[in-house]
Ligand binder design. Structure first.
Ligand SMILES: [Zn+2]
Length: 156
């Protein structure tokens, strides 16, 4: 993670590739997917953690982490690792829905939320087609592509 001034959250391309494959697999049956990105603070985020989840396919299209999934998330990390970002797919355009805003998956200042459009296909061009939000002062703020976003999250 990145406190202000310490540089962006760096995510390894392989983590996004794992997310893309997972989301596209869910998309085949009309379902969204959700996951968390983790790593050791100060090092590139190198883990995608996919918790047990239950999705309702389109047209309703929703996904929730099950109680077992909550447990998955609790035990997935080593003592040194932390969750930095959440990432989930939408059937269509990428944006934070009211449900996404209310979802307390990550609550720490500077947490990142990535929304992937078109059932994961949007990740074929990295984060450029995705919506990216950062949690500041208890609010999720959208970061359009550009320097402001690059200062918070980078893929390399
Ligand atoms: Zn959403």
């Amino acid at each position: 993670m990145s406190a202000p001034g310490t540089g962006p959250l760096v995510v390894l391309p392989d983590v996004l590739e794992q997310a893309r494959v997972f989301f596209e697999d869910r998309g085949v049956i009309g379902c969204e997917g959700t996951a968390l990105i983790a790593g050791v603070p100060g090092e590139p985020a190198d883990r995608l953690v996919v918790p047990d989840q239950r999705a309702t396919p389109v047209p309703r299209a929703s996904v929730t982490v099950t109680p077992r999934g909550d447990l998955d998330l609790l035990v997935a990390l080593s003592d040194e690792q932390r969750y930095f970002a959440r990432i989930h797919s939408h059937p269509g355009l990428a944006f934070h829905s009211p449900t996404d805003d209310a979802n307390p998956v990550l609550t720490h200042e500077g947490a990142v939320s990535i929304v992937v459009p078109f059932f994961g296909l949007g990740l074929r061009t990295g984060l450029a087609a995705c919506a990216v939000y950062v949690l500041t002062g208890g609010r999720w703020t959208e970061l359009p592509p550009g320097p402001e976003r690059d200062a918070v999250v980078a893929v390399r």
